[in-house]
Design a protein around this ligand. Structure first.
Ligand code: SAM
Length: 327
């Protein structure tokens, strides 16, 4: 992806040149006139859709989607609430003394949620956390036909790679710390990528790829990277009006299986960022996932940390002699 850096800086330069050298009043008049013409054309094209060839329709729909995304008319995440939630997650991890690992996002689409994390990290002056985004940029894979009782279609939620880079560039991301990997998870989520980017640890994970299979692939990839604590955000847990989760499908099924297969992880549910947003479906769930060895110690229970702690302390502090391995 290194070859695209020049494109990104020219997008930035063009934006700032446009801002500085033209009369703002005239520009906004022109923009309004152009937008109204486009709206009118869209209205008429809408009526003509049924006569249009497939490839023309596809190109028109992709153009219209980009137009809406760049104008801020289409978002798949509630940005302000998500940024708050990201900030709370960072504070929670900090309170546990976690040395932060990277942010991994599965399902980037136009880049809105990734930009939210980038802004949050910038605001909190956390500069060492990198952001990795994974997406086909071609929408859902073929398996979507069979996943989750036929709730999805292959190709749904397609947003092209070049436009995502443009969106992220205009959002002001620092490409020195943001890495996008294009391709279906079954092809890209491999251990050589972990080695290539020297990803040692994931502390913040956004699973926004809707399907059971995709979410499971994302979680499996993350399992060895969760070293002590990580906050995992599921954006689509209750999608389809909660039907998927109620029927043990989608992201709920993926996470339940993940916890069963990785019994060394303990999950604690946190407040969801969609629970208090007006006119937004409460679809998301957020969990703190902790490696059993780094769990906070609950009095009266046994954990491997305390067994070794008791061992050391028996020889040191006399007031703790007799500490038997119970927390
Ligand atoms: C709901 S969108 C993500 C929204 C995004 N987080 C945002 O803030 O706008 C879901 C994305 O997941 C991607 N996706 C789902 N399954 C995938 C898979 N198996 N491999 C690659 N990408 C996948 C789709 O291409 C789509 O862009």
């Amino acid at each position: 992806m290194a070859g695209t850096h020049n494109d990104d800086s020219s997008i930035r330069q063009k934006a700032s040149h446009n801002q500085s050298s033209v009369n703002p009043g005239l520009t906004s008049l022109w923009r309004r006139a152009l937008e109204q013409t486009i709206e009118l054309a869209a209205l008429h094209l809408g009526k003509l859709r049924k006569y249009a060839p497939r490839n023309v329709l596809d190109r028109y729909d992709a153009w219209r989607l980009r137009h809406m995304v760049f104008k801020g008319e289409r978002r798949l995440v509630p940005e302000a609430a998500l940024e708050d939630s990201y900030n709370q997650a960072l504070q929670l991890l900090k309170s546990k003394g976690v040395e932060l690992g990277d942010y991994l996002e599965f399902g980037v689409y136009c880049g809105a949620s990734l930009a939210c994390m980038h802004r949050t990290l910038q605001r909190t002056r956390i500069n060492h956390v990198r952001l990795f985004g994974f997406d086909s940029f071609e929408g859902f894979p073929d398996i979507a036909k069979y996943d989750d009782g036929g709730a999805w279609q292959p190709g749904d939620f397609r947003f092209d790679y070049k436009s995502t880079r443009k969106f992220l560039t205009l959002s002001g991301v620092d490409w020195g710390r943001v890495f996008l990997t294009k391709g279906f998870f079954s092809d890209t989520l491999k251990s050589d990528l972990i080695r290539r980017h020297r990803i040692n640890k994931a502390s913040l994970i956004m699973v926004d790829c809707d399907l059971y299979t995709s979410s499971k692939e994302a979680l499996n990839f993350c399992a060895p990277l969760i070293k002590d604590h990580a906050v995992i955000f599921f954006d689509d847990w209750n999608s389809h009006n909660g039907k998927l989760a109620r029927n043990n499908m989608g992201q709920k099924r993926a996470f339940d299986e993940f916890l069963k297969e990785n019994s060394h992880f303990i999950a604690e549910e946190l407040v969801s960022y969609t629970s208090h947003v007006n006119n937004w479906p409460n679809n998301a769930k957020v969990f703190l996932v902790s490696h059993a060895d780094s769990q906070t110690h609950t009095p009266g229970t046994t954990c491997s940390n305390c067994i070794s702690a008791a061992w050391t302390l028996d020889f040191g502090w006399s007031e703790l002699i007799g500490y038997s391995g119970l927390c």
